[in-house]
Design a protein around this ligand. Sequence first.
Ligand SMILES: [Fe+2]
Length: 336
Amino acid sequence: MITNFYMPTRVVAGQGALATAGALARDLKMTRVLVVSDQVISRQSFHREAVDALTDANIKVDRFDECGIDARCSHIDSEGERVRREGIDGVVCIGGGSVMCTGKGIAIVATNNKPMAECTGVGKFDRKALPMIMVPTTAGSGSEVSQWTIVKDEERHLKLLGGGPLSFPDAAILDPVTLRSLPMHVAALPAVDALTHGVEAYFSSIGSPITDALALAAVRLQFRSLRASINSDDERAREDNLVASCMANIACGNARLGHGHALSLPLEGHLDMPHPIGVGVLLPHVVTFNLAVLSDKVKPLAGEPFTSPRMALSFRARLRLPLRGEFSFACAHLDG
Ligand SMILES: [Fe+2]
């Protein structure tokens, strides 16, 4: 089998990495950027630090702070039109998965001059998206290194995926300062998504030695760092957690995802269910299915906690994460 590995995003990681935002933007020839965020993140001191780094590099900053729990097509279309009309030449996203998906959608719509709904699917647009810099503020979605954006079509109650090689972010800044003030609940949920990316990438039938290595290293690093990342002031653990999430998405970006994500997206659209809840509840079932048919691949993993069919629940218990209510909610819909 011929395999392909492609990941063009520059990744800058470590304490203090946020200060490089201005230099990165200059490298990408940005002169005026739209900083995409939400109402909570835009009040954080690290958001101000990133904006200051951009303005210190003589880059004009416009803002869109209205992102919500999903990346909404209506937001993307109106901001994409504004970006095109006002000659904004770069997008900087500071936030979690929905913020990064919103910004990615805006960057796509701005150059392709058609609504986001017409850009969903694989390779449904033919112009490169505007240059993008991603600053993830949760360790979960890995959208900072992904060509894909997941958007909510509010009118049809659908979650849709769009993207292609023309919509990879140009740079990602992984600075542990962005995780410092996260409430435990907000920090824990995305971790389930990142875990799912690593596990599904490892079990993918089109994986390669490169993606297997990344996926396994990501899951192991996440298990080692997550608890301290959430429950203590350990900056190194937060950095490791961000890097693990990023690695898991690089793995699944090339090996693709599995049944957990395939089954979760329509449920999320219909039930307004957060993405990590959907994939987290489905993952034990996917692991059980894969263990039955991929025994050779599982052998090297003897003793790894994520090979348990009840892995998602044991993951919560092991890390003492406050997910019982959310999983109960999802189980009532999916298992009931
Ligand atoms: Fe995901």
